[in-house]
Design a protein around this ligand. Structure first.
Ligand code: ACO
Length: 387
């Protein structure tokens, strides 16, 4: 069945900080929603359905928060759907909302994703021993550190690459009025002298724990025509189990498969030449070169060379995370939708101080769990096929 055209017509996000004690969970979501709806120029009667994403309920200690949030999300009397794919959930929320429009089920759908980690303790929530599952150990950093070590060993990347990514993203974050961490004066040297947390991941190479929310309004062609829009060229999601014999956690098969499907649907044969800007889920700095390779922007073992050459910085061949990315703000459940929204803002020319000049094609990427879930989209300034 041919998909109908769909486009992002508005985006909104909150200010992200360690503790947003000035708002409730409902208030946090509403802050992002109100900005997205104002950006889109739509009012409640035009919203046909609401899709909500957030990461595990243990992060706030509230089971099924979508139930009490329904009213604040404007979902009373409308379909409300909760999505859950661990840390990638924000991206999956965008993709599910897009699919409701592309399938012709709804004309205009509101996607919203949030995390209010200060309500509970996410490090604890990620460290408990779930029955029948692998223990994560010391939070996400403890789980991913061996994979980063493994990447360094396999690729032969010099040890400073992680610090190059961190300094770049934090400086980018200083250009983003909504970012949690703003460090315009950070340097590769200062990152390398920050405390070691989970060897080889240092304090300044780690995302913060943030409170925050993001929202996007997605509409069909009849609604989007004549408005500023980021047209959705392709979406992809893939999953794999946490453990199986021969699993490659440095370069997961699910990520490779999702990327291949995405580029195929978008008609992109050379991602590095054809994509103008990428918002990639990088919670620990070394995941930039790892995901560049997994996504097919470079050959295996070569991703770090793009980083080292400055190609992923603003002004480079493929600016990665001009918003500051996850390293500058990580409200986990919202982080994927932030990547997707920032990609849309770039092709709509609405990214302000972190706008990439002339951006026409942008990637939004999210991953979650133990690198098990991948959600991606490509958005463009023109309708698909118009390039
Ligand atoms: C798929 C995924 O998303 S995987 C990633 C999941 N998320 C994580 O693993 C979170 C990783 N980060 C952390 O656990 C914590 O932020 C730590 C360990 C780095 C720091 O812990 P704490 O010092 O207890 O952080 P806490 O949240 O209390 O913040 C204290 C201050 O440090 C700042 N801060 C927190 N992390 C960082 C960081 N990595 N770099 C610089 N500053 C930071 C906060 O903004 C806050 O500043 P403020 O008082 O001015 O608001």
């Amino acid at each position: 069945m041919a998909k109908q055209l769909a486009a992002v017509i508005g985006t909104g996000q909150t200010h992200h900080t360690a503790k947003r004690q000035d708002v409730s969970m409902a208030g946090l979501c509403r802050e992002a929603i109100d900005r997205a709806m104002a950006d889109a120029g739509v009012d409640w009667p035009e919203i046909d359905a609401v899709v909500l994403g957030k990461a595990p309920d243990l992060f706030e200690g509230v089971m099924m928060p979508e139930l009490f949030l329904a009213d604040a999300l404007g979902a009373t009397g409308k379909p409300l759907l909760r999505v859950h794919t661990a840390g990638s959930v924000g991206g999956s929320t965008g993709n599910v909302a897009a699919s409701l429009v592309q399938s012709g089920v709804h004309r205009t759908v509101l996607a919203v994703a949030f995390e209010k980690q200060s309500e509970s303790n996410a490090m604890w929530a990620l460290s408990i021993l779930p029955p029948f599952s692998m223990p994560v150990g010391a939070g996400a950093g403890g789980y991913f550190a061996p994979h980063v070590r493994s990447y360094i060993r396999r690729s032969g990347a010099p040890e400073h690459i992680g610090a190059v990514v961190a300094a770049k993203d934090r400086r980018n974050g200083a250009r983003n009025p909504y970012a949690h961490l703003k460090q315009p004066d950070i340097t590769v040297e200062s990152v390398r002298s920050s405390p070691m947390l989970w060897d080889p991941i240092r304090y300044d190479e780690t995302c913060p724990s943030s409170d925050g929310a993001a929202a996007v309004v997605i509409a069909d062609e009849s609604v989007a025509s004549g408005r500023p829009a980021a047209w959705i060229h392709a979406t992809a999601m893939r999953t794999e189990p946490t453990t199986f014999a021969g699993r490659d956690q440095v370069n997961p098969q699910a990520g490779r498969d999702a990327a291949a499907a995405l580029w195929r649907e978008a008609g992109i044969t050379d991602p590095l030449s054809e994509v103008d800007v990428a918002e990639i889920y990088v919670p620990f700095s070394w995941f930039e070169p790892m995901w560049l390779e997994n996504l097919g922007f470079s050959e295996l073992g070569q991703g770090w060379k793009l980083t080292e050459a400055g190609e992923t910085a603003l002004g480079g061949r493929l600016p990665v995370n001009p918003s500051g990315g996850v390293l500058s703000s990580n409200p986990i459940g919202a982080s994927g939708l932030l990547r997707f929204a920032e990609a849309a803002m770039q092709v709509m020319g609405r990214a302000g101080e972190h706008q990439v000049d002339g951006a026409r094609i942008a990637l939004g990427h999210a991953y979650g769990g133990g690198s098990q879930y991948f959600s991606l989209w490509v958005v463009g300034a023109e309708r698909p096929g118009a390039r």
